[in-house]
Design a protein around this ligand. Structure first.
Ligand code: GLN
Length: 543
């Protein structure tokens, strides 16, 4: 049987340990196939019970990646969007929670009357429906499905079982199983070990899945001999053992895979014909990452700086914006709470060329962020605020420029006499926490004559949101009279979207999250402008 409407399916699983870069591997495979002219989409299955990661702490989960349609998703979707440059949708991220929720709703409706509802077939059927669903509205040549977690986890079993059944149904030539494993190097004996890979593949085969291609992550290049050994023990051909070597930039990965013939191998196994690959742009992009003409140092002052995954999209946005400015962006991570203890942040911020205050929730570290913003505002150092960063900038300006000494957000002080940041009216009635923020794409209109308008080069923009609090319009008069400029507004909801400062070389903050829209070769205008401003500041300082 041929698979539905010609769509081919690639499943990517991970073995040995988590954190091997399965998301980036999927994004890279997607990139390779797209570079050959194929229509590709990628989805992720996450085996946890939360309906989405929106209710998890960044320490548990890393960044929550927000889509245009308002879905709060896994950060791997960020890699997918950045690499294959398409807008993902809610259905691109399925969790165990969503699968069970759906099945239980149907059971209550009576859809299964008379039956005992079980993992097989009811849960696995729902998973299989979701594998296909991605290609329903728009037909894709290839749908890549990443299974979160590590083979051997109890949680991912229903997903793997569903994949086993699915492959049987669509038949050979219509699916591929790719397994990412670790091939460790033991320093003391100077040996490369293949056993963990063998065991992981054994586990997969126990479940009934035989990998077709192995992506072997390693610190040093795998020799021919090692590749042969892996091939023999894991029952794959030697050409299907691809070395996923540690690299200095993730954007090298599609190139590295393709040099080893991964693109041709996938096409051959899936009986797909496609044009020759186009990698000139990516090759140039990687070259620019590696050989910039200049560099700047940007401080990121946040609350989860110990965990870089919490700021994944911001980091990648800086890489993209750095390339556009022919400049390396060094990131200096500062815990907001650490700034609080300093009477003068000079020691922490004196040497940086720009400050970014990213999004965040809760009171911890707020005063440190406000102190850091005051410092860069007074010194004329470029500042970029995102979401909570905008809210902190408004609080700082209200307190220290407008003289509203106790100005605050009602998120941190419910009884503040000057709630310059406050909950939107409709948010006040909401009690449930999951999926109830102002989420996803909203339009904004930019004012001519502002830096923001200049950077975007257009008046109407659309950006992604994830927040509950807003600039309180009651304070707009006093803020603007003192030099704050409202550069962008949402007309329908009458909300402030972007602010700037009149008397500052580059001070821009936005209520939305621009980091979710930066892609390879398409840096976000605000990040690009911020890096350029930091470069100008550095050059002026050096003169
Ligand atoms: N905590 C703030 C709010 O809910 C900011 C959220 C954010 O930075 N994403 O409005």
């Amino acid at each position: 049987m041929n698979s539905e409407k010609g769509t081919k399916y690639i499943f990517v699983t991970g073995g040995v340990i988590s954190g091997l870069g399965k998301g980036i591997a999927c994004a890279s495979i997607g990139y390779i196939l797209k570079a050959r002219g194929l229509r590709v989409n990628i989805q992720k299955f996450d085996p946890y019970i939360n309906v989405d990661p929106g209710t998890m702490s960044p320490y548990q989960h890393g960044e929550v990646y927000v889509l245009d349609d308002g879905a709060e998703t896994d950060l791997d979707l960020g890699h997918y969007e950045r690499f294959i440059d398409i807008d993902m949708k809610k259905e691109n991220n399925t969790t165990t929670g969503q699968v069970y929720y759906e099945v239980i709703k149907r059971e209550r409706k009576g859809d299964y009357l008379g039956a005992t509802v079980q993992v097989i077939p009811h849960i696995t059927d729902e998973i299989k429906r979701r594998i296909r669903n991605i290609s329903q509205s728009r037909k894709y040549d290839v749908v890549i499905t990443e299974v979160g977690g590590t083979v051997g986890d109890i949680e991912s079993l229903p997903f793997l079982e569903a994949i086993r059944q699915f492959c049987l149904e669509v038949g050979h030539g219509n699916f591929l199983n790719i397994h990412l494993t670790l091939v460790p190097y033991i320093e003391t004996s100077g040996e490369i070990k293949t056993k963990p890979t063998q065991h992981s593949v054994m586990k997969l085969r126990e479940i009934g899945i035989q990998p077709d291609i192995l992506l072997c992550r390693s610190k040093y290049p795998l020799t021919d001999e090692v590749k042969s050994k892996i091939a023999l023990f894991c029952n794959v051909s030697k050409g299907a053992v691809i070395n996923a070597l540690d690299v200095d930039t993730i954007y090298e990965i599609p190139l590295m895979f393709d040099r080893q013939g991964l693109g041709d191998l996938i096409l051959e196994r899936l009986h797909l014909s496609a044009k020759e690959s186009q990698f000139e742009d990516l090759t140039l992009f990687v070259k620019k990452i590696r050989n910039p003409s200049d560099e700047v140092t940007i401080c990121i002052c946040g609350k989860y700086t110990q965990l870089r995954d919490a700021y994944k999209s911001i980091i990648e946005s800086f890489t993209h914006a750095g390339v556009a400015n022919d400049c390396r962006v060094n990131l200096k991570w500062v815990e907001a709470e650490d700034v609080e203890g300093f009477s003068d942040p000079e020691g922490i911020l004196g040497d940086v060329d720009g400050l970014l205050v990213p999004g965040g929730f809760g009171e911890r570290g707020i005063e440190g962020k406000i102190k850091a913003i005051k410092f860069v505002r007074e010194r004329g150092i470029p500042f970029f605020g995102i979401c909570l960063g905008l809210q902190c900038a408004v609080i700082e300006f209200a307190r220290n420029v407008c003289g509203l000494k106790e100005a605050n957000s009602t998120e941190f002080d419910e009884d503040t006499p000057n709630p310059v940041i406050d909950l939107m009216e409709e948010q006040k009635r909401i009690v449930e926490k999951g999926g109830t923020m102002r989420l996803g794409a909203y339009t904004a209109v930019l004012s001519k004559g502002t830096k923001t308008f200049e950077l975007y080069g257009k008046r109407n923009i659309s950006e992604r949101h994830r927040h509950r609090y807003e600039v309180n319009n009651k304070y707009l008069d006093i803020l603007t009279q003192n030099g704050l400029v409202v550069a962008g507004v949402n007309k329908e909801l009458n909300l402030v979207e972007v602010i700037e400062l009149r008397d500052h070389p580059w001070f821009i903050a936005c209520q939305f999250h621009p980091e979710f829209k930066s892609r390879i070769g398409k840096p976000h205008p605000l990040f690009r402008g911020f890096v350029r401003a930091a470069l100008e500041y550095k050059r002026a300082k050096g003169e």
